[in-house]
Every structure is written in structure tokens, then in C-alpha cells.
Design a protein around this ligand. Structure first.
Ligand code: RP5
Length: 166
């Protein structure tokens, strides 16, 4: 088995379903990854240790997802200089606005590349694009995916344009 290059972390098992598109896309792109539950608040020492040892364990990019007071991505960023992508999740009555602000408003010197609320797919794609900087074959797979996305939108448009209107 290949060693994971991307770590998908989430604050709770209850976040798993929302993060499945990330794992699925990394599988499609043949990027070895692992999915772990790490909480900034409930397992702070374990999370800090995991983040700090990421580089020596072969991780290149962290994807960190959490809802509510979403401090996971920020805490991971505080313990590594590897790139950290934050995914705010809509898990409370505030519909993700809380998690978005908690994830994106990092202090200078501690960046978290924050994607949209529930943006698991784009987080995985961005992780792939970062890895592709030094992996030409992966770059080719990402290019093919982009082309497929473009073709799908054009096909949707053509199907709609061909439909008679009242
Ligand atoms: C956050 O609190 C987690 O990331 C999750 O989105 C939310 C709720 O967690 P549970 O109470 O379902 O474990 O830390």
C-alpha cells in the first residue's frame, strides 16, 4: 500500500458523510490518503501531535473539516508548515457561517486555504493540484478531469438549448 500523501481530518465521526466527496475524488485521482477523526477541542494533544509529525510521516497536504466553532484547520496549521486546506461544514443552525468564519479568519503568518462551506470536493481537488506541482502524471489526470467538467457543462447547455420553450 502506498503511504498517504493527503490527510483528511474531521472533528467528529458525524462529519464523515459530508467529507465523503473528498475521499472519493482522491481515490479517483489515485492519490493515497487517510481519513482520521481529530478534534481541536476534544483531542487537542493527539491532534497537535498528528499535525506536527505529518511531514515525517509522508503527508504533503492536510484537509481539515469541522462545523460550529471550527478550529481544527487553524490548530493543525499552528503545528505544521505543510499546506492546510480548511473545509467549514454546515452542522449547526448557523448553516456553516460560524464554521466559515472560524476557519477562514486566521491570523497573519498562519494561513488556512479555506474552501466553500461543505466544499469537500474542491478541497480534494486543490490538494491534488498542490501535489501535481511535482507530479506530472497526476497533473495529467487533473487536466482530464477539468476537460470532463467542461464537456459536461457544454452537454448540459446543448441539451437545454435544444428543448422547445412555450
Ligand atoms: C465539530 O462539532 C465537529 O467537526 C462537528 O462538525 C460538530 C459536531 O460534532 P458532534 O457533536 O456530532 O460530535 O467539532
Amino acid at each position: 500500500m502506498n503511504k498517504p500523501r493527503v490527510a483528511i481530518l474531521m472533528g467528529s465521526k458525524s462529519d464523515l458523510e459530508l467529507m465523503e466527496p473528498a475521499s472519493k475524488l482522491l481515490d479517483e485521482l489515485a492519490i493515497a490518503h487517510e481519513v482520521r477523526i481529530m478534534s481541536a477541542h476534544r483531542t487537542p494533544a493527539r491532534t497537535a501531535e498528528y499535525a506536527a509529525s505529518g511531514r515525517e510521516n509522508g503527508i504533503s497536504v492536510f484537509i481539515c473539516a469541522a462545523g460550529g466553532a471550527a478550529h481544527l484547520a487553524g490548530v493543525v496549521a499552528a503545528h505544521t508548515t505543510l499546506p492546510v486546506i480548511g473545509v467549514p461544514l454546515a452542522r449547526t443552525p448557523l448553516a456553516g457561517e460560524d464554521a466559515l468564519l472560524a476557519t477562514v479568519q486566521m491570523p497573519r503568518g498562519m494561513p488556512v486555504a479555506t474552501v466553500a462551506v461543505d466544499g469537500a470536493y474542491n478541497a480534494a481537488l486543490l490538494a491534488g493540484q498542490i501535489l501535481a506541482l511535482s507530479d506530472q502524471e497526476l497533473g495529467g489526470r487533473i487536466k482530464a478531469l477539468r476537460e470532463a467538467t467542461t464537456r459536461r457543462v457544454i452537454a448540459d447547455d446543448e441539451a437545454l438549448a435544444g428543448r422547445p420553450r412555450q
